[in-house]
Design a protein around this ligand. Structure first.
Ligand code: SF4
Length: 448
């Protein structure tokens, strides 16, 4: 049977959809693009998405428009948290929880429309297995996300992820080199180490994320390695030092802050203080002045006064960070924060979000401008045939565009950064010695 997938939310969800797709293929089904006629539709949901319910309904409707008789299954974080709500969506045939996500092909004997939807959602409990997965980031297959860790033991007061994904668990330490080599052999030029709380990686034999970074560094990989989002309290000096002298790990970190106000940070139950975060960013920039640093921030958390928000704004304005991911707080059932006093009115949340987005654009412009007239390595990803320009990311996460011949896909090359409008940096090739060959190596199947 044909099966189509739709994914909402984080990169980990995309990696898990890829794994699900592989399971369906092993069971004899054929993947097709979402929107094409199909027999089965699987929607992998997210709880962080605002209006998850509305979004889920829309996707189911879209799927049924082209394939009115398709079996529709919904899984993911939102399915774990609100199974009954999802089961009530017209057209949904089954809901699968976190434990059942990777058993869908086995759980459903016949993929056909049911009168009453089935709910395969069990209590998340204490013990959830770690399920390996990886996914390609884009059509050119230059970057792959490798999931090393899942779940979270933290108790941030606004977050439902621990309820949806369960306790922290990690990939076996000894198998990591093989997974990395498999991705390299498959032609990926960049591997992004990912997890829900990646820095909390903990192998059964006690190895931690710092050990993972050290071990991968010693492997001498050809692919470049990027560390996905990492909690500030888990980003150790050893990781910073390893990345600073590494040929493989790139100078780019994404470090959630959430608030620059000590009072709000405490209410959020985050595990660090603003002083620590400030010091961390400066230590990184001292070790790697060209390092790109991205920051997650939440505005409009309950009790966030104008003064608290100004603290966050000033804190970020003065920090040498490169861009912000801004989220407006939204109430989530079963979280402590939903009970907190003094909710911030929606228009204030929107205003604060806008101010931080403007600050983010300024930060990015400043970071891009600071990199002009320097030479960087870029992996060409896509080419506009009309302009003949290639696009890709430098190692320190600058989006670049440059003219070069066809056939470069997936070959890292050197470019000099020339000018920027804040969105993209225009660059020129300075070394095309290894662009003579036309590339696109044959991808070999990877058994993850
Ligand atoms: S660290 Fe906090 S915000 Fe991140 S997943 Fe865990 S509980 Fe949620």
């Amino acid at each position: 049977m044909n099966v189509a997938f739709y994914t909402l939310g984080c990169k980990l969800n995309y990696a898990e959809t890829s794994q699900l797709q592989a399971l369906f293929e092993q069971a004899g089904h054929t993947p097709v693009k979402f929107g094409e006629p199909t027999d089965i539709v699987i929607v992998n949901t997210c709880t962080v998405t605002e209006n998850a319910d509305r979004e889920c309904r829309q996707i189911v409707r879209r799927a049924l428009r082209t394939s009115p008789n398709a079996f529709v299954g919904v899984t993911g974080c939102y399915a774990q948290l609100q199974p009954e709500e999802i089961a009530s969506i017209e057209g949904v045939d089954a809901v699968f929880g976190a434990k059942e996500k990777f058993q869908i092909p086995a759980l459903v004997p016949r993929f056909e429309k049911f009168e009453t939807p089935f709910v395969f959602v069990s209590d998340i409990g204490e013990e959830l297995e770690f399920v390996e997965s990886h996914s390609a980031d884009n059509d050119s297959r230059t970057r792959a996300y490798l999931k090393l860790q899942d779940g979270c033991n933290y108790k941030c007061s606004f977050c439902t992820i621990p309820l949806a994904r369960g306790k922290s668990r990690s990939m076996e330490f000894a198998v990591i080199p093989e997974k990395i080599r498999n991705l390299e052999k498959a032609g990926y030029q960049e591997i992004i180490l990912s997890g829900i709380n990646l820095g909390d990686y903990q192998a059964v034999d006690g190895e931690e994320f710092t050990d993972v970074v050290r071990m991968i560094e010693e492997m001498k990989t050809n692919a470049r390695l990027r560390i996905g989002s990492i909690e500030p309290n888990l980003l150790t000096q050893e990781i910073i030092d390893t990345v600073a002298q590494s040929q493989a790990f790139v100078p780019h970190f994404h470090i959630p802050l959430q608030s620059g106000s000590p009072d709000i940070l405490k209410m959020m139950r985050r595990r660090y203080k603003v002083e620590y975060y400030h010091d961390l960013i400066h230590r990184i920039k001292t070790a790697m002045p060209h390092c790109c640093i991205g920051v997650d921030v939440i505005v409009g958390f309950p009790g966030e006064s104008d003064e608290h928000f100004e603290e966050t704004y000033q804190f970020l304005q003065e920090l040498p960070v490169s861009y912000l991911h801004v989220f407006s707080y939204s109430e989530r059932e079963n979280t402590p924060a939903i009970e907190f006093a003094n909710p911030v009115p929606p228009h204030k949340r929107a205003e604060r979000s806008k101010r931080l987005r403007i600050l983010s654009a300024k930060k990015k412009m400043e970071f891009y401008a600071s990199q002009l007239d320097t030479i960087h390595s870029v992996i060409p990803e896509s080419r506009d045939d009309l302009t003949g320009k290639w696009r890709g990311w430098t190692e320190n996460y600058v989006r670049v565009e440059f003219s070069a011949p066809q056939g470069l896909l997936q070959r890292p090359m050197k470019v000099r950064l020339l000018s920027t409008d804040g969105e993209i940096v225009h660059a020129e090739c300075v070394d095309t010695t290894d662009t003579q060959e036309t590339v696109l190596p044959e991808y070999i199947a990877i058994l993850m």
